[in-house]
Ligand binder design. Structure first.
Ligand code: SAH
Length: 216
């Protein structure tokens, strides 16, 4: 079973996404397990402070190193040997081949979500990999964490219907190719017809058409 543990200030953001559709089914089938640690529980003092102003000045607040360290240490006790991933707008950009690699590996993952202006850079000493989901800035690491989790979990054996084929011939599974267009009933909708060849039952011709209609 693949296990994910997410460290976040907003655990409630995950409940909808991780408990719907395929993510819900994957948990129910025992393919994956999700846990959430609230960074607030590791905050300092009576106000459970987790952020502070950056040394040297500048706008915004940074997640402090102490709560982050305590949360990551706790996560490592729960999931010994798990890889620690830090959501970060810079660095390696997530892609389909990384999702495949993560799905195929035996590793479990601890995902650390930043907030505000980010985190005290010393957290990097506790991290195996910094991952970005694209060259744009979000308000927190929660959406990146959910994107990574979703793209990995759907590749785990048994999660999608249709066997392995569903993930073998889709977009990005072969370099940058994008899946061919697909159609379902009705055959004609407001004058738009489904390509005749797809209704022909001729598998060789269908395969040829699909090959020709992939986007490179
Ligand atoms: N001040 C930072 C941005 C912080 S955004 C900067 O200029 O680089 C707050 C947090 O959101 C980050 O610490 C990170 O955890 C997350 N985040 C924002 N955009 C992201 C992206 N594209 N990929 C992954 N994580 C992202």
């Amino acid at each position: 079973m693949k296990k994910f543990l997410v460290i976040t200030l907003f655990p409630e953001m995950f409940t909808g996404v991780l408990n719907a559709s395929m993510m819900w089914k994957a948990q129910k089938d025992g393919v994956v397990d999700f846990q959430l640690l609230n960074l607030r529980d590791f905050g300092l003092g009576p106000r459970r402070q987790v952020d502070d102003k950056p040394f040297g000045g500048g706008a915004g607040m940074l997640l402090m190193i102490e709560p982050l360290t305590m949360a990551i240490e706790r996560a490592k006790q729960i999931l010994p040997g798990a890889k620690v991933l830090l959501m970060s707008p810079s660095e390696t950009i997530w892609n389909q081949s990384m999702a495949t690699e993560f799905a195929n590996s035996q590793d479990n993952y601890i995902i650390v979500c930043g907030r505000y202006e980010g985190f005290d850079a010393r957290v990097e000493a506790l991290v195996d990999q910094k991952i970005s989901i694209g060259r744009y800035v979000l308000t927190g690491g929660e959406l990146p964490a959910m994107s990574i989790i979703d793209s990995v979990v759907r590749l785990l054996p048994g999660v999608l219907g249709g066997g392995e084929e569903a993930t073998e011939i889709e977009s990005y599974s072969d370099g940058d190719d994008i899946e061919y267009p697909q159609y379902t009933r009705p055959e004609v909708f407001r004058g738009q017809r489904v390509p005749e060849v797809l209704l022909s039952g001729n598998h060789a011709l269908i395969a040829k058409w699909r090959q020709e209609h992939k986007t490179k």
